[in-house]
Design a protein around this ligand. Structure first.
Ligand SMILES: [Zn+2]
Length: 74
């Protein structure tokens, strides 16, 4: 995707369907990868794009989990 509005990082425009997602890149990735129930699913994303976005979402949530468990240890 690309930023729909340079002054607003929360608005990301989908390059597949031109849909503007408000909520940032994370939401946009959910839109492309068809993950989650809070965003409209992209009807035009390719399988490759879906896989790539899904993978990066998984990595992001893994990193978040690691960070949380480390904070719990401390
Ligand atoms: Zn889309």
């Amino acid at each position: 995707g690309s930023l729909a509005d340079v002054s607003n990082m929360d608005k990301v425009k989908c390059l597949f369907c031109n849909h503007v997602i408000i909520g940032g890149v994370y939401r946009h990735k959910q839109h492309v990868a068809h993950v989650g129930n809070f965003v409209a699913k992209c009807k035009k994303s390719s399988q490759e794009a879906k896989d790539r976005c899904k993978k990066s979402l998984e990595e992001a949530s893994k990193k978040r989990r690691e960070k949380t468990s480390r904070e719990l240890e401390l």
